[in-house]
Design a protein around this ligand. Sequence first.
Ligand code: XMP
Length: 511
Amino acid sequence: MSEKIIILDFGSQYTQLIARAVREANVFCEIIPYHKPFTFDENLKGVILSGSPFSVNDEKAPVVDVKEFNEKLPVLGVCYGAQLTAKIFGGRVEKSNKREYGRAHLQIEKEDKLLQGVSLHSQVWMSHGDSILELPTDFEVLATTESIPVAAFRKKDNNDHPLHALQFHPEVYHSLEGKKIIYNFLVNICGCKQDWTPSSFVQETIDNIKQQVGDGQVVMALSGGVDSTVAATLISRAIGDRLHGIFVDNGVLRKNEFQQVLDTYKEIGLNVKGVDKKQLFYDELKGKADPEEKRKIIGRLFIDVFQEEATSLTKIDFLGQGTIYPDVIESVSVHGPSATIKSHHNVGGLPEKMHLQLVEPLKYLFKDEVRKVGLELGIPHDQIYRHPFPGPGLAIRILGDITEEKVKLLQEADDIYVRGLKEYKLYPSIWQAGAILLPVKSVGVMGDERTYEYTLALRAVTSVDGMTADWAHLPYEFLAHISNEIINNVRGINRVVYDISSKPPATIEWE
Ligand code: XMP
């Protein structure tokens, strides 16, 4: 087992950033709601207390027993975590006119392992309404800023299990040496060996899957996306062809995607069955124009097809899934200590119906970590860095009703667009791109002929997680080239427009 850090979450919007920073230092960590118990085993090396939207003086402020943790382990309090620490040990925390938001500069008052190597006046990022006005008696200040007297502090003489706290947020980008401070906590204070790497993860995960699955069989729906491909590859490395992948052609994939993805799976060595169900999907989608109805039909048909395929396999005990960490982190609600878990991507009620246990090798990884593991496994670069593609595929990029002819038209145009993005080396800097076929016909002229054909919208966005997005500022020459290529080569489209809406208020998909 890897050594581990626990991050107790008090509901801060930045908690996941703490986890990212710890992981970047090759130390495994888990985010746990503050009220949830955890075990102090030998792999646990330290505890970090997150920030919070609460004030420590609120009646319903979340509280943990910092003293108990610190009797066993090094502890680092961040923002709310720092204030809670100060208050619990007898200090004074109050709303004050010295509160700070945004940029501040550290004045280091005392040398300490936590701030080792941090430069004088290092920029840090603050976001607090309360201030620590008095430290508990057996504590000392390590740093101040231009406006507050306590920006970093520690408990005196606690060399066995140090207790440190920071009023600022070392985890955010604008705390310029924040990662160094987190590194210092992990390595200098907790003694972490930094051995959680993609290769150690692969080895450990394969061993775990072998143990979990024994000589059982695993079935898994594959989508061609990064997560399911990486998860399937890990499972396959553990149990070989006892993994049964199922990849369904729902008729609304990109041009040649079905065959290309199956070829890639073959190259990786996965045991995958391609199931061509195009006609079934076209038949059921016929005449359906409402976006939500189209989504529901595609979801339902997919589950039907998958179940049929899965039940035709003999003696299946497990269902593999590409669930990743952001899907399962229990978040602390600001409105109370209730924890909510986002729903898993269960394939219908299959796990219950067939008594399947889940195998989810990526459930502790962030997306960028999944990619690193994928590269470590030797999965082709193009597969790992593919743009996200929605489950309902081109069906939600053909506005209105769907016909096979419209799908073909959009596949051709989309293919020209995506190949162009790759040729012009624009693809990697874009988060997601695609073409949308509009139910709008307009007049054009080609040669001496009047045309009356469809309009195509191009969409490309930059984003980090798809929650917010900006339209990508693609070069005019590129747009001009793609517009020409599409209009000259795809009969049925005579006008191309570019979508310059951000999310919010627009969404990435048009439906
Ligand atoms: P929106 O359009 O909501 O999209 O800004 C955000 C991200 O989610 C994808 N998306 C979907 N993915 N099923 C999926 O699997 C869907 O029904 C669906 N709708 C949107 C979208 O492609 C983008 O990456």
